[in-house]
Design a binder for this molecule. Sequence first.
Ligand SMILES: NC(=O)c1ccc[n+]([C@@H]2O[C@H](COP(=O)([O-])OP(=O)(O)OC[C@H]3O[C@@H](n4cnc5c(N)ncnc54)[C@H](OP(=O)(O)O)[C@@H]3O)[C@@H](O)[C@H]2O)c1
Length: 324
Amino acid sequence: MRLRNLGNTGIKIGSVGLGCMGMSWLYEESARDDERSVRVINEALDLGGNLLDTADLYGAGHNETLLGRAIAGRREEAVVATKFGIVLDDLEARQAHRDNSRAYLRKAVEASLRRLDVDVIDLYYVHRIDPDVPLAETWGAMAELVEQGKVRWLGLSEATVAQARQAHAIHPVTAVQSELSLWTRDALQADGGEEGGMVGWCESNGASFVPFAPLGRGFLTGTLHSGQFEESDFRAASPRFHRAAMEANQRIVDGVREVADRRAVTPAQVAIAWTLAQGERVVPIPGTKNSRYLRENLAAAEVHLTEDDLADLDALPPAQGSRY
Ligand SMILES: NC(=O)c1ccc[n+]([C@@H]2O[C@H](COP(=O)([O-])OP(=O)(O)OC[C@H]3O[C@@H](n4cnc5c(N)ncnc54)[C@H](OP(=O)(O)O)[C@@H]3O)[C@@H](O)[C@H]2O)c1
């Protein structure tokens, strides 16, 4: 596995990591299987995909517990990334609210450490910035956790460049995690005077940019069809996965497949390799609960896209339907 820097920490990590969320949350509830997920996480470590992403929100703590179980005995090999700041009110209805207060942070970090069964969290993100709590207050409280040895490095999720700058002035931003894929390119758009957007800001400030949903929640792999989602699946109610939007967005998948055929790789690998091509600081975390997909996704670290491939991918039409 090719390696990339984790922010300015001096640590190198596999250039493709693993998103664990789908093992407990949002997709295909009937296909979840903890034993298989534990094996998949271990396989990711075997193959060098050691950035393992979770959040306290995913399955109301289930996902952190699962990850903790999987890495027991292999703690030093894993880079454990988790998040706080979204409080689940109703698991079934997936109703939640933001809370970035110091008081909540204190409780949240202890609960995550307990569920993960680790002494320290490697990368701790604020999952969504709470408009009711000044970011400086939240980030300052998170920096105290670093001083106390409960957390090693800090990250922001779905932040703006202005927010990243503000946080970075208080304590280094090691990573920013936002959606980035062939059908969601906002993180590359100019923002706050930064020409290359959030990805550009990360490049210039020594932070990692961690694209979430690099496979477009499965769509870009070309294996999804409208009408196939279970009622509880996030995609069943997502505007981008409505029948008409999926039909319109098929043009994107067709373009990805064309490049994949040319390179003799899979559409999933093209989608991941495209994120890696956006900058040396980019470390995508495709999500899967299947060993076959995991192997395919991690092997995308070795896929080289040519200038022509990238030009064709950049010329794909924008997605129809909003992200949420
Ligand atoms: N910060 C945030 O707000 C935020 C939001 C969303 C996600 N995330 C993080 O980002 C990670 C990745 O995002 P995601 O899981 O939402 O979306 P994703 O990685 O874009 O796609 C995951 C979907 O693609 C399928 N898949 C994976 N590899 C495949 C392959 N090679 N061929 C065909 N299908 C494949 C998976 O199926 P199977 O499950 O059947 O393998 C799953 O349905 C999450 O796990 C989570 O850790 C963070």
